[in-house]
Design a protein around this ligand. Structure first.
Ligand SMILES: [Zn+2]
Length: 212
């Protein structure tokens, strides 16, 4: 399953499963595969790129996002449907693909206030659950986020640090954790390595190679 998961840099991923799924597509190559479902965690430019969304959307694409992005895209995107969710919502997106929208916010900085309703997503597809955390700190709700694979930010500054992210992974207990949100804007490979080394013999960490 992990071999079907492609890190496209920063918080951007594509999963090639029974549907083509993107999380926070950003700086995509022009020949990118079209999306079945696009998840957008919140409206900051490095997660919500209208150009990249338009590039991969077709009349069959379903976009799942928070209230703010939903408002900004309504009527302006060629797609099948836009589903705007709040933390706590659980829906079936299409054909057996389920998503739970979860909290994603800062505790000790002001970039992502809890009341904004910015999102993380726990997506279940083909019997595997993948958690994309969005821009978040290590928040108390995470201990209730069950998933097989956790995509966690590690750069600090706007999100949790690598050490905090390691504590988050210990609380979530995924089968595998993948560091993200580094290598562009903030954070470097060393953040991903600190994350991996802190979790040695506790949680399997896969550092994905950036594609493109
Ligand atoms: Zn953000």
């Amino acid at each position: 399953m992990l071999t079907n998961l492609h890190w496209l840099g920063h918080a951007s991923f594509r999963l090639d499963a029974s549907r083509i799924i993107y999380f926070d597509p950003w700086k995509l190559p022009k020949d990118s595969r079209k999306a079945g479902i696009i998840f957008i965690s919140h409206d900051h430019f490095d997660h919500f790129s209208k150009d990249d969304i338009a590039l991969i959307s077709t009349k069959e694409t379903v976009l799942v996002t928070d209230k703010s992005v939903g408002r900004q895209l309504e009527g302006k995107l060629v797609c099948k449907e836009i589903k705007s969710l709040k933390p706590g919502n659980k829906i079936e997106v299409s054909n057996g693909v389920k998503v739970q929208a979860v909290y994603s916010y800062n505790l000790n900085k002001e970039f992502h206030p809890k009341e904004d309703g910015k999102l993380g997503f726990i997506v279940t597809i083909d019997g595997i659950s993948i958690y994309h955390a969005g821009d978040t700190d290590y928040i108390p709700e995470m201990k209730d986020y069950a998933c097989d694979i956790a995509l966690l930010p590690v750069s600090g500054t706007y999100v949790m640090t690598a050490d905090e992210a390691a504590n988050a992974a210990l609380a979530i207990k995924p089968r595998a954790a993948i560091p993200m949100h580094y290598g562009d804007i903030v954070g470097s490979n060393s953040d991903a390595e600190v994350f991996r080394d802190s979790l040695k013999d506790k949680v399997e960490v896969r550092i994905l190679k950036k594609e493109k």
